[in-house]
Design a protein around this ligand. Structure first.
Ligand SMILES: NC(=O)C1=CN([C@@H]2O[C@H](COP(=O)(O)OP(=O)(O)OC[C@H]3O[C@@H](n4cnc5c(N)ncnc54)[C@H](O)[C@@H]3O)[C@@H](O)[C@H]2O)C=CC1
Ligand SMILES: O=Cc1ccc(S(=O)(=O)O)cc1
Length: 480
């Protein structure tokens, strides 16, 4: 069966542009077939996108919040109507199993519907004052936003950033990932079809460094939002700081999974296998360091290696496939190098540890036991299906190990003890902690990290905060 992949274009001021040199070819990671050329925005294209965002800024700011919410709800309805096209596009460009792609589309819809609700709840306040004086605190759109999204969430990450910014009343220029541009193009079209005025949204692709430099240094842009690696996040933050512009940074993680001595090792191992192979480990909240109490460590390892070894890997379009390929040859090479380094330092590879097949970027889901603290993979985000297991003699040792990395995004813990759960909740340094499950934050909960994982939150009642400024207006009833 053949699936269609959308034509990739730049959307600037309401017009799709295709006739540009290619900056990249999109490759299907399951079979290495070329799907499309990605047009490269020129410097003039970026200036047009900036001019459009500047002009549309006032139009969208002055659109009633309920009307903005209607556009987001209508776009969400269109996503559901076009579900098959989205799922096929995401599976083609990223290799995700179709069921996971469907989950991503539903998540994007839920995020937009949540933000639509938040648009009409952007409350300010009236401060108490003497008669004849009105003191208002207003929350207003910050202005045009430059948004940068990664390849591992081709739809939900653009949806996250666009719906937050648009709900708050900001115009946006989105640079989505060149590696997975199809879902972003389909999504932009849904927003246009839902009635978003021309110029409020532009979508560009090209050289990431050139685009970020041009957008962030332009006086038109008032705020920068990025999801991606810590290194790039730090570079963009420095660029924005030099222009005195605020940023929202959702960066990498290295999530610990604390398994306390009172937890059932077999049950936790089975849940861990399913969570580890989600998106082939290429997600910032992926569970990575399994820190297990020594009394149940061996039982955990046996059950974990068995469950991970049984995972069905393959093309996301095949039924029953639980894990697709990694996204590109860089991730394959990174997986191999991290496994070799851990092996050299004395770790034991219990299952996986090698590439699968020669066509497509498939890597076997891998469990590594007794990983020394100094192995590279204990501090570098693997972003591939590697699970690292370590035994600890006490909860204290486990918490200290969990907190020993420079990032703090997601964390997980399993225990039947209330006091252990309470201590972990208080002491683990991460923005997102799930106890006795592997679920992440739904749209009504704040998503974001501590330390090098960035700052700012997406979702929850915090969702529109980054995209607004707080202003005060005091107004006397008469001229004194
Ligand atoms: N937190 C997350 O969601 C993501 C984290 N990563 C982390 O980054 C590591 C390396 O990933 P790679 O794709 O090899 O490298 P990378 O860091 O070069 O690229 C990651 C993403 O950032 C974008 N990017 C790169 N330079 C940029 C710039 N100057 N301005 C704006 N966007 C820019 C790219 O287009 C790409 O989509 C991964 O191992 C993982 O640890 C990567 C993608 C997503
Ligand atoms: O990998 C990090 C990541 C992926 C997706 C999202 S969301 O869908 O925008 O919530 C956030 C972070």
């Amino acid at each position: 069966m053949s699936y269609s992949y959308p034509r990739i274009g730049l959307l600037i001021d309401g017009e799709w542009i295709h006739d540009r040199d290619a900056c990249l070819q999109v490759v299907n990671p399951s079979n290495e077939e070329i799907l499309a050329d990605v047009p490269k925005a020129t410097a003039a294209d970026l200036q047009r996108a900036l001019a459009a965002a500047d002009r549309a800024r006032r139009i969208w700011r002055d659109t009633a919040p309920e009307a903005r919410a209607r556009v987001l709800r209508q776009a969400s309805a269109l996503l559901r109507e076009r579900m098959d096209a989205f799922c096929q596009t995401i599976s083609l460009e990223l290799g995700k199993p179709l069921s996971d792609a469907r989950y991503e589309v539903e998540r994007a819809c839920a995020i937009m519907e949540w933000d639509a609700g938040e648009a009409v709840r952007l409350y300010g306040r009236i401060n108490p004052s003497a008669p004849g004086m009105l003191q208002l605190v207003l929350r207003q759109p910050i202005g045009p936003v430059a948004a940068f999204t990664p390849w591992n969430a081709p739809l939900s990450s653009p949806a996250r950033k666009l719906s937050g910014a648009l709900a708050a009343g900001c115009s946006v220029i989105l640079k989505a990932a060149e590696e997975t541009p199809g879902a972003a193009c389909l999504y932009a079209q849904c927003l246009m079809d839902a009635g978003l005025p021309s110029g409020v949204l532009s979508l560009v692709f090209g050289d990431p460094n050139e685009i970020s430099e041009a957008l962030i240094t332009s006086p038109v842009i008032r705020m920068v939002t990025f999801t991606g690696s810590v290194n790039v996040g730090k570079r963009l933050t420095q660029l924005a700081a030099a222009q005195m512009k605020p940023v929202l940074m959702e960066l990498g993680g290295h999530a610990p999974v604390l398994v306390a001595e009172d937890a059932d090792p077999v049950q936790v191992a089975r849940m861990s296998a399913a969570a580890k192979v989600r998106m082939a480990g290429q997600i910032c909240v992926s569970p990575t360091r399994f820190i297990v109490h020594e009394r149940i460590y061996d039982a955990f390892l046996v059950a974990f290696a068995k469950a991970v070894g049984e995972v069905r890997v393959g093309d996301g379009f095949e039924s029953g496939v639980q894990m697709g390929p990694v996204a590109n040859p860089r991730r394959l090479a990174a997986a191999q190098a991290l496994v070799e380094d851990a092996r050299r330092r004395g770790a034991r590879v219990l299952t996986g540890g090698h590439r699968l097949g020669e066509k497509g970027y498939f890597y076997a889901p891998t469990v590594i036991a007794d990983v020394p603290r100094e192995a590279l993979v204990m501090s570098e985000e693997p972003f591939c299906p590697l699970a690292l297991c370590v035994s600890v003699a006490s909860l204290r040792e486990g918490i200290d190990l969990a907190n020993s990395v420079s990032v703090g995004l997601a964390g997980y813990a399993f225990t039947n003890s209330l006091s252990t759960a309470e201590q972990i909740g208080r002491e683990i340094e991460c923005g997102i902690l799930s106890i006795n499950h592997f679920g992440g934050p739904a749209p009504d909960m704040p998503f974001g990290g501590l330390k090098d994982s960035g700052f700012g939150r997406e979702g929850g009642s915090e969702s529109l905060e980054s995209y607004t400024v707080t202003r005060m207006v005091s107004q006397k009833a008469f001229i004194a």
